[in-house]
Design a protein around this ligand. Structure first.
Ligand SMILES: [Zn+2]
Length: 189
């Protein structure tokens, strides 16, 4: 199992449905500032295992995924479409999978600061290519609630909130507050 903490992505899909409810039920509007429902995606078999030093056989991965499913996780990310040259752990994935990540949305180990407008442009491009859901990843975990809000504000101008998810790493203990900020931001649109 991966040693580091892997936090799920919390897609903002529910926010849109909730927002519609506000228009017809004002009593709900007073009580809530967050989406009523979110989708949690378990990413251990993909994001976790790709950091393991040994290659985990496909049948063991499948066993892990089945156990996670039996534990009650309804959505489990099994693999990713990356070059096995760079991530040999994912060499058993199959083509036709839909690309769905924009990485380093709140900072990059090579470029440093990442402008929200650049994230919005990349997300818009993936959406126009037919990605059904695009996950915005704080890959190195340097985001803050403020930078999360700023980035989402730019992205949501270009892509419907129903097509977005966030993926936060807990490098500096900020993942949960960043996810909370994303859920709040999703309700403004
Ligand atoms: Zn990740």
């Amino acid at each position: 199992m991966p040693a580091r903490l892997l936090l799920p992505r919390l897609p903002l899909i529910a926010a849109t449905a909730f927002h519609r409810a506000l228009a017809t039920n004002t009593s709900v509007a007073v009580a809530h500032s967050l989406p009523e429902q979110v989708k949690i995606v378990e990413v251990g078999p993909r994001d976790g295992l790709q950091n393991e030093k040994v290659i985990v056989p496909a049948d063991v991965k499948i066993q892990l995924i089945n156990l996670l499913s039996e534990a009650g996780l309804s959505v489990v990310e099994a693999t990713s479409f990356v070059s096995p040259k760079w991530v040999p752990q994912m060499a058993d994935q199959k083509e036709g999978l839909r690309l769905r990540y924009v990485s380093c949305v709140l900072g990059c180990p090579y470029e440093g600061n990442v402008l929200p407008i650049k994230v919005a442009e990349a997300t818009k491009k993936l959406y126009s290519m037919g990605c059904y859901e695009i996950s915005l990843g704080d890959t190195i975990g340097i985001g803050t609630p403020g930078s999360m809000r700023e980035m989402l504000t730019a992205v949501i101008k270009e892509v419907p909130v129903s097509a977005l998810a966030v993926h936060c790493h807990d490098t500096y203990g900020q993942a949960l507050v960043n996810i909370f900020a994303a859920l709040q931001a999703s309700n403004f649109f």
